[in-house]
Write a protein of this length. Sequence first.
Length: 183
Amino acid sequence: MSAPAIITRWRRLPRDRRGVAAVEFALIVPVVIIVYMGGFEVMEASTVYRKLTDTTVQLANVTAQYTALTQDDANNVLAASAQIMTPYPTADLSIVLSEVTVNSGGVGQVAWSCKWPGGGACTPGGGTVTMPAGFQTVGASYILVQTAYQYEPVIGGAFVKPIKMTNQIFMLPRSSPTIPYKG
């Protein structure tokens, strides 16, 4: 190829539009893929949090219907409630089920407490709980469910640390003023 032909080609290059779509596509696709993956992670994390909320509420709801709680009852309710997290693994799920009675100072005294996983006996109270506004009626007993889940991002696990999700709910017993633990 002669020198004038090369110069002519270089002069036409700024006006040449062939391949522009391919270049634009190559520049845009990585951004679109990153946005899609980020959206997927946000959706997945919100789904896990919703499952955690459902687990918390359903455990409190079922437990509040008892008039007394045995160890077998507690183990069954805790294990069944953990199944709500399906299809997500429950190895990173922890649940604390307690009955809290409000003392004269408006502080919740733990009457009994059961943990999952664990499978051991529920423990008698001894701890205190700060009661939220509206739940400080002296002498009232509440079922307190506290859940925690360590969410590991599916796609962004290499870039994002695990996210600790927590939830809790207070619920009044339905069939009796308290739900004594009969272990």
